[in-house]
Design a protein around this ligand. Structure first.
Ligand SMILES: *Cc1c(COP(=O)(O)O)cnc(C)c1O
Length: 463
């Protein structure tokens, strides 16, 4: 079969048309899905047909059948969890990545992908104020990016303790003491679990969820041996940043490796008006972030950044121990992430940065923070609404008196469909959490958010 044949053209044309229909429906459609997964399994399931269907018809069938079960996550009126939209350049180049179908683990096999991703990596380091010679790997998300950074930490800490991890594994190794703030993201614990490092010691945090440097100092001083400290840029509920200058200085005094989970917060460093929030963060040893959140590229795209290239490549590469190899030079993409075969997920990152420029990234991130501040101000002006956090970044947490009312308002907001916001629990209270993570969220969407909460609250009070 020729690659130029009409099957590709027809299937791709259908996908283009249906994708465009979807994107054009976003401004007007209710945000939530109309159908649940169990309503839809029948449509897609049943016995696997013996005979196939033309590609174009598969595309049509899928798009029509999936439509009721789609959440308008790329809409500017979606404020749930911390979930970004997609920039046009990132989405369109993501299609190209699929069409090119480059297995991007090896530099010599897919040179264009390697070159694009290396440029994206250099741009990111500059933009985020991180050491320009750090290694950058494109993982599936922040969970795996954090895992990757912490895997490099594990390798280096054990090597420094005279333990050959590659040869002898973890059993019998010196114990690595891991420290996290009370309000770290749960996936940090998951990464530590994947790494066989067990449960971390939890260090107390302040009212915004920032780790307390004095408590970190006391925890580190209470024992000895190799230590890994995981800090956070961007608290899920408050948006707060750990006090990096103090916390990193303390960790370094104790010889610890410092990893920063900056899934959405690391991007503050790209905006002149917000970069003070992440100040000092560049003195850590490794960082994990997401491009599919604040930068707004399609899933799945996380970024692992590690200062100590030989530790990273020893942990992730196929050679054992980069102490004996040369960690100079860019290295192969597969040496910096858990995957060997993978799509060129760094290409949409490059495209997003190329289309925005550093001014555009700064404007995007500050626009999100400004929208969050406006939503917080709008909500605080409503009778009976408590804004629970200092809104310095993209997150707003509110409560409406008692938990039952907060839950009812949250359910009402979601049911009404004009906007979508998550319910959560923070400091032993039910909260409604608003996360601004989409480049589309502007004045109109801010007004819609405030109006949606106002009318839900009125409805709950009136019922
Ligand atoms: C989203 C998030 C993660 C996990 O990232 P994934 O991309 O979902 O794997 C980790 N930490 C923080 C702070 C997050 O917001």
């Amino acid at each position: 079969m020729s690659h130029g044949d009409d099957d590709f053209a027809r299937a791709m044309a259908a996908a283009y048309r249906l994708s465009t229909d979807w994107l054009q429906s976003l401004p007007g459609r209710p945000v939530g899905p109309r159908a649940a997964a169990h309503d839809l399994t029948g449509v897609f399931g049943g016995p696997l047909p013996r005979t196939g269907m033309p590609a174009e018809d598969v595309v049509e069938f899928l798009a029509r059948a999936a439509e009721p079960g789609l959440m308008a996550m790329p809409s500017g009126r979606f404020f749930g969890w911390v979930i970004g939209g997609t920039l046009p350049a990132a989405l369109a180049t993501d299609w190209l990545v699929s069409a090119w179908d480059q297995n991007s683990g090896l530099r010599y096999a897919t040179p264009a992908m390697a070159a694009v991703e290396e440029s994206a990596g250099s741009w990111l380091l500059e933009l985020l104020g991180l050491p320009t010679d750090a290694d950058v790997g494109f993982a599936t998300g922040a969970t795996m990016a954090n895992f990757t950074g912490m895997a490099a930490a594990r390798w280096r800490l054990l090597a420094n303790a005279g333990w050959d991890l590659d040869r002898d594994g973890l059993f019998g190794a010196p114990r690595i003491r891991c420290f996290v703030g009370r309000e770290r993201h749960d996936t940090v614990d998951l990464g530590l679990r994947y790494l066989g490092l067990g449960m971390p010691q939890v260090v107390d945090a302040d009212v915004q969820g920032r780790i307390l440097p004095s408590a970190l100092d006391a925890a580190l001083a209470a024992g000895e041996g190799p230590a890994l400290v995981c800090l956070q840029a961007g608290n899920l509920h408050s948006g707060a940043f750990d006090p990096f200058p103090e916390a990193i200085a303390i960790a370094k005094e104790h010889g610890a490796w410092v990893h920063v989970d900056g899934a959405f917060g690391l991007w503050a460093a790209a905006a002149p008006g917000l970069k003070h929030l992440a100040s000092g963060c560049g003195d850590a040893d490794s960082w994990g972030t997401d491009a599919h959140k604040t930068l707004n590229v399609p899933y799945d795209c996380g970024i692992a950044i590690v200062r100590d290239a030989s530790a990273l490549r020893s942990a992730m590469g196929l050679h054992t121990s980069y102490l004996m190899h040369d960690a100079e030079g860019p290295g192969d993409p597969f040496e910096k992430v858990p995957e060997l075969s993978r799509r060129a997920r760094g290409v949409p990152v490059w495209a997003a940065l190329k289309s925005l420029g550093s001014d555009g990234v700064a404007a995007q991130v500050s626009g999100m923070a400004a929208a969050a501040a406006d939503i917080a101000a709008g909500l605080a002006a409503l009778d009976g609404v408590e804004v629970l956090n200092d809104v310095d970044y993209t997150q707003v947490c509110v409560a409406f008196g008692d938990d039952a009312t907060t839950r009812a308002v949250t359910a009402r907001v979601i049911g009404d469909g004009a906007v979508w916001m998550s319910g959560s629990r923070w400091h032993n209270r039910d909260v409604l959490r608003v996360s601004v993570s989409n480049w589309h969220t502007g004045g109109e969407e801010v007004d819609a958010a405030v109006a949606a909460v106002k009318s839900a609250l009125a409805a709950v009070r009136g019922s």
